[in-house]
Design a protein around this ligand. Structure first.
Ligand SMILES: Cc1cc2nc3c(=O)[nH]c(=O)nc-3n(C[C@H](O)[C@H](O)[C@H](O)COP(=O)(O)O)c2cc1C
Length: 428
């Protein structure tokens, strides 16, 4: 994959031949183009934040607080972007965050993202709500690093099954997402009265699971939704019947799609999740365990004390709680309370190579890309995602070079200062 000067050369010489980059460079334009291409419900599902959207705005506002103060005359060409995590070398300090229901963006969904992961060497985190099973993705990612993101179901037997499948699918870490013990108040989805899971979308990890199949056939789950008020319309019924593996006719006969959706809605998440469940989960796998959704210093310390291998400082892209603190604001405080070598990742609000630089300077070991790659996937499939990675990596490289950073370890907090128009920051 071309990055740095080679990538710039390709872009500018392409211009000589009348070619433009295949996806917009600017995030706002990227989002705009994706909005034009995707149907409204699908696009809104990706876009929406919780409530008034203040959590999403906070994520971006946080980045504006920080300025970069580049030292001059440091003589730095071709900075190295590799990092080490859990004994593995990552070619770039970012990864693909777990994003559910990718079929809304691209028909090949997670498989198409896996192709981009192979071609860029970026770690893909399989979503618990994926549209393609982890086994199907792992068939493609034989030589590429990948992790599995878990939601803690009401059924521990199902959790065990997911974990053991992740181990068998050569996932090299488990990321347990803590912030979605119940679905957030997602305004645009509510306006559209649209939840993809009710159409059987984004439940491939479940419909491919033996424990789940047993549960859904236990006799408790016959019709959807769990109400007699609304029967699905004809188009919705067809979509539901097509969503389940196997033939359409068989799905009508067995009513498997309806059973699967009802069972999923009943057990997918456990609102009672607590630290005892974490202790149990820690015991059932030897894989590195990462907690995603940490925003407080006390929770970060508890994670460390519970033998957790790393944390993701994340507010789920502002989708769960309105007015939630931004991940970047939380990062600096959290990092200060942990041993310097403890792995701390960050997502929510990363839109460019410079954002990656700022997050790394404030203490993140690596960052997760989210919505930007979904839009790139929607526009140009795996080639779009690869281009996005090239753009972000190249901008990061240029910023590093201009700040005299020869490697990722050189990106230190003293390169960051508060912007003048902000009265207070964590750096004070
Ligand atoms: C459409 C969508 C689906 C998501 N699905 C999941 C998921 O299945 N599991 C999870 O842990 N996080 C999920 N997330 C959260 C992302 O992993 C990540 O935290 C978030 O996208 C970061 O915010 P950003 O996209 O604004 O940068 C999802 C986010 C979006 C936008």
């Amino acid at each position: 994959m071309e990055i740095g000067r080679d990538w710039l050369k390709t872009i500018f010489t392409g211009g000589l031949a009348g070619k433009k980059p295949i996806i917009p460079i600017d995030f706002e334009l990227l989002q705009l183009e994706a909005a034009k291409k995707l149907n409204k419900k699908a696009f809104n599902y990706i876009l929406t934040g919780a409530g008034t959207n203040q959590g999403v705005l906070n994520n971006r506002e946080a980045f504006k607080k920080y300025g970069i103060a580049p030292p001059m005359l440091q003589g730095c060409d071709k900075p190295k972007l590799e990092i080490q995590i859990f004994g593995n070398t990552f070619p770039l300090p970012f990864y693909f965050s777990p994003i559910g229901v990718l079929e809304l963006a691209h028909p090949e969904a997670d498989l198409e993202l896996a192709r981009a992961a192979i071609n860029t060497g970026i770690t893909m985190v399989y979503s618990n709500q994926a549209s393609k099973s982890m086994e199907a993705c792992s068939k493609l990612l034989v030589n590429s690093n990948h992790w599995f993101q878990l939601y803690f179901s009401k059924s521990r037997e199902l959790v065990e099954s997911f974990v053991s499948r992740a181990e068998n699918s050569a996932c090299s870490a488990i990321v347990l997402t803590l912030d979605t013990t119940t679905l957030g108040w997602r305004t645009l989805d509510l306006e559209n009265a649209y939840l993809p899971f009710i159409y059987g979308k984004g439940i491939a990890q479940y419909t491919s699971d033996p424990v789940f199949t047993k549960l859904m056939n236990s006799g408790n789950y016959q019709d959807i939704p769990n109400s007699t008020q609304h029967k699905p319309g004809m188009f919705a019924t067809i979509e539901i019947l097509k969503s389940y593996p196997g033939s359409f006719i068989n799905n009508i006969k067995t009513r498997n799609p309806a059973k699967a959706i009802r069972c999923f809605l009943d057990i997918y998440s456990n609102p009672h999740l607590n630290w005892n469940d974490i202790i149990w989960l820690r015991k059932i796998t030897k894989l590195p365990l990462i907690l995603k959704g940490i925003l407080r210093e006390d929770d970060a310390r508890k994670a460390l004390d519970h033998g957790i291998d790393g944390i993701v400082v994340s507010n789920h892209g502002g989708r769960q709680i309105d007015h939630v603190v931004s991940s970047l604001d939380a990062l600096w405080q959290i990092k200060k309370t942990l041993p310097p070598e403890y792995p701390v990742f960050l997502d929510s609000g990363i839109r460019s190579g410079t954002d990656v630089f700022i997050a790394l300077a404030l203490g993140a070991n690596a960052v997760g890309l989210g919505r930007p790659y979904v839009y790139a996937l929607a526009l140009k499939g795996h080639l779009g995602v690869e281009t996005l990675v090239q753009n972000i990596a190249t901008e990061l490289m240029i910023t590093m070079s201009l700040c005299g950073c020869k490697s990722i370890d050189d990106i230190k907090p003293d390169l960051i200062c508060k912007n003048k128009f902000i009265s207070q920051t964590h750096l004070e």
